[in-house]
Write a protein that binds this ligand. Structure first.
Ligand code: ZN
Length: 150
């Protein structure tokens, strides 16, 4: 199987069986993210342990790309320091802004690599980045308004 085919399989698995997809009873902060272009609407819940992210949960509705992206994000940020998490988020958003023809080192990306194919579908890029923008705002301490891609 090509890596692209494998990535699609992993993406679909995350969309069908999203990880950490629930409203937790206990959390420190929550924030809603909304992508009006597609209708993706998720609330993210973070549990901090000092300066580290203990858990990320999310709940809501959205297309397969946004749901899979959110699911992958929650698994990636678990146990990371706030600084590490912001670095991961920044590098992901930066990659998603590059042209699909631009060669990137997929080995370095780890789990994020499965989302890189989304660059070939410009209307879907905001679906993929919405969860990352929303969690970035939470970590930066902005939790008072809805994060919108528009
Ligand atoms: Zn979407």
């Amino acid at each position: 199987m090509s890596s692209r085919g494998l990535y699609e399989k992993i993406l679909l698995d995350h969309a069908k069986n999203p990880r950490n997809f629930k409203v937790p009873e206990v959390f420190d902060v929550k924030l809603e993210g909304f992508n009006p272009l597609c209708g993706d609407q998720f609330t993210f819940y973070l549990v901090f342990d000092g300066d580290s992210i203990e858990q990320v949960y999310f709940h809501g509705n959205g297309c397969a790309v946004s749901k899979a992206s959110a699911s992958i994000l929650t698994t990636l940020l678990e146990g990371k320091s706030k600084r590490e998490a912001l670095n991961i988020i920044e590098s992901f958003i930066k990659i998603m802004k590059t042209s699909p023809n631009e060669k990137i080192d997929e080995d370095k990306l780890g789990k994020m690599a499965v989302l890189v194919g989304v660059r070939e579908f410009p209307v879907r890029i905001k679906c993929a980045t919405l969860p990352w923008h929303t969690v970035e705002k939470i970590i930066q301490g902005e939790t008072h308004s809805v994060v919108s891609t528009e």
